[in-house]
Design a binder for this molecule. Structure first.
Ligand code: ATP
Length: 237
């Protein structure tokens, strides 16, 4: 198996506050990995550090290339898309304009129309609403649009921060099913940060558990789901 992302001894800081304390983990190419942890454990910070949006030390390699010193924009250009918590679609633009904008940094412009169609296959509701302003969509539809927009970059790796946040359980299941399909069919490696451990472990093939800025457990999602400590702390049974 090929390692796509290798994170070593990552430490991150907000001013004087240290949020990550020597975190190390790796993602295999083609995997769907979840990073689980309680509120404040450092999940969001981990994704932000990969994208160079927070001051950090340590080594992060993506497809063998070091990411340190690269601007967020250049990290994106290398093929890493980040869907932050809170979605961040352009609310006064239409669904289709949001998708077009997602492809703005791409150099291969010729497949954009086909890629928008592919997004409508994954998310039929976005096709129905393609002329509607993003701000008028439901929370679930906006999250789907945020994912679809990130995919318009044709990323090799997609980082998703708490995609289930604020969504009804049925919508989360639907979204996670589509994420699985995107991972398998479109060959996008996915790292998803979640507080909803149960669903995330059903979706993922690999899992890491983070506590106070350190990885405390790693393994197949199945093994992690069966681990007694994880069940008590994160699954509630
Ligand atoms: P959540 O699920 O609540 O988003 P998280 O696991 O994503 O939690 P982070 O948001 O990464 O956790 O936060 C990790 C630590 O960094 C926490 O102790 C938090 O208080 C701190 N932190 C996060 N953002 C800032 C900030 N802008 N300024 C100072 N400290 C911060």
């Amino acid at each position: 198996m090929t390692t796509m992302l290798n994170v070593k001894d990552l430490r991150a800081y907000y001013g004087q506050v240290q949020a990550l304390h020597g975190l190390s983990f790796a993602l295999n190419e083609g995997s769907l990995t979840t990073l689980l942890g309680a509120n404040g454990a450092g999940k969001t910070t981990t994704l932000r550090a990969i994208c160079n949006m927070v001051r950090s030390t340590g080594a992060i390699e993506f497809e063998g290339k070091p990411l340190s010193g690269k601007s967020t924009e250049n990290v994106v250009r290398l093929g890493i898309a980040h869907v932050p918590q809170g979605r961040g679609t352009f609310t006064t633009m239409t669904v289709e304009e949001n998708l077009q904008l997602g492809a703005i940094t791409r150099t291969d412009k010729k497949n954009i129309v086909a890629d928008i169609e592919r997004m409508y296959e994954h998310f039929p509701v976005l096709k129905e609403r393609h002329t509607q302003q993003a701000g008028t969509l439901s929370g679930g539809e906006q999250q789907m649009l945020a994912v679809a927009r990130a995919l318009m970059l044709r990323p090799r790796l997609m980082l998703l921060d708490e995609p289930s946040f604020g969504l009804a359980p049925l919508i989360v299941r639907e979204l996670f099913k589509i994420l699985g399909k995107i991972n398998r069919e479109d060959k996008v490696t996915i790292l998803v940060v979640e507080q909803n451990a149960q669903l995330a472990l059903e979706l993922a093939d690999q899992a890491y558990v983070i506590e106070t800025g350190r990885i405390v457990m790693s393994g197949s999602a199945k093994d992690i789901a069966n681990n007694e400590d994880v069940r008590k702390s994160y699954l509630g049974y």
